[in-house]
Design a binder for this molecule. Structure first.
Ligand code: KG4
Ligand code: ZN
Length: 336
């Protein structure tokens, strides 16, 4: 059943990594946005795929039921069901996609498979004002770091990306070396607020075009810590805030340098931020400053829409619904 309705009511499910999330949206207005995180991975210092899919199995029904309850709707009211098709962990994606397909068959409504990266960008459409096209979006998450030229809601072209680690991954790997629990990005950010960003300097990798590279930072941090801990055993503990501030300064500076260059080269004066790392306080502040300096418009998502959530899947699905871009039951999840 792929007939379009006015004022569509869409249930959206996100299960690409270690958060089980559901949202309900009516004609672009968010009615509910529920998320269940998975604490179990903290003790392993990273996401364990098998444990993630098992937790999704346990969480998905309660999370969906709670979203329906908060939205004050029943399954019979829903016009389409959206799910994250990829990229992500295959076992995790399968839980959400199979759940969506099962519901679509039972309710005789269409499914809408959503690209997780496009959905992070679409989180900007939950804000006010809406970004003006064309705009450049700096997409920074745990798995991706890209500069994307967006010409219409879901029409996007990647013009730069990381050739190795993603920015979120760089934060998390650095945090692990500093013995901070997973995911370390938010903790580095928090400690950095109390530290001196120019106390220590780390090299900034130069890559061609608008691409990024963060693997060198990891290596230089490793040697830096080895050398200093040898001389001062409590070096990390005594300098935690300054190390975090210096690392954060390095990553944010590299991220914005390329974005600024791309904006100038392409003559685009509207810039957005998306993905988990867009919760970073320095990145948010510095993008805003960059905009003020150049007289550019900047769009920064609300904190709740930065890291993985189903609201972003729902708003991306809303625009697909308007174009009647439905998925078939044969479509399968993709890991990358
Ligand atoms: O978008 P996201 O929730 O998941 C992926 O699609 O990957 O991004 C998660 C990433 C993690 O690497 C996490 O450490 C990072 O976003 N992150 C942050 C902050 N909050 C989340 N990194 C730096 N500063 C933050 N405040
Ligand atoms: Zn994500």
């Amino acid at each position: 059943m792929t007939e379009k309705k006015d004022n569509p009511l869409i249930l959206a499910i996100e299960s690409s990594c270690d958060d089980t999330a559901a949202a309900v949206i009516r004609n672009g207005k968010m009615l509910a946005n529920i998320i269940a995180g998975q604490k179990i991975h903290e003790q392993y210092g990273g996401v364990i795929p098998e444990l993630a899919s098992r937790a999704h199995q346990q969480n998905i029904l309660p999370v969906v039921n709670q979203a329906l309850k908060i939205a004050n709707v029943t399954l019979e009211n829903i016009n389409a069901i959206a799910y994250t098709q990829g990229p992500g962990l295959m076992g995790s994606l399968l839980v959400g996609s199979q759940f969506a397909k099962g519901l679509s068959l039972a309710l005789d409504i269409p499914t809408i498979g959503i690209n997780h990266i496009q959905a992070h960008v679409a989180a900007l459409y939950l804000g006010n004002p809406l970004p003006q096209f064309p705009y450049l979006c700096l997409l920074v998450s745990g798995g991706h770091t890209q500069i994307i030229k967006v010409t219409h809601y879901l029409e996007m072209e990647i013009i730069g990306s990381t050739i190795d680690d993603a920015a979120g991954e760089a934060f998390d790997k650095a945090a692990k070396m500093l013995k901070l629990p997973y995911p370390g990005g938010p903790l580095i950010d928090k400690n950095a607020e109390l530290g001196n960003p120019i106390k220590f300097t780390f090299p900034m990798a130069k890559v061609s075009g608008y691409d990024y590279s963060f693997s060198g930072l990891k290596t230089s941090l490793l040697y830096f810590l080895q050398k200093n801990v040898k001389e001062t055993p409590n070096f990390i503990e005594e300098n935690m805030n300054d190390i975090c501030a210096s690392l954060r300064y390095n990553i944010v500076t590299i991220l914005l340098k390329n974005l600024e260059r791309a904006a100038k080269d392409l003559n685009i004066s509207h810039l957005g931020l998306a993905g988990g790392v867009s919760a970073n306080m320095l990145l948010r502040k510095d993008l805003q400053n960059l905009g003020e300096k150049n007289n550019w418009h900047t769009y920064i998502p609300a904190f709740e829409y930065c890291t993985d959530n189903a609201a972003m899947i729902a708003i991306a699905a809303h625009y697909k619904y308007l174009n009647a871009e439905f998925s078939t039951l044969e479509e399968v999840p993709f890991a990358r």
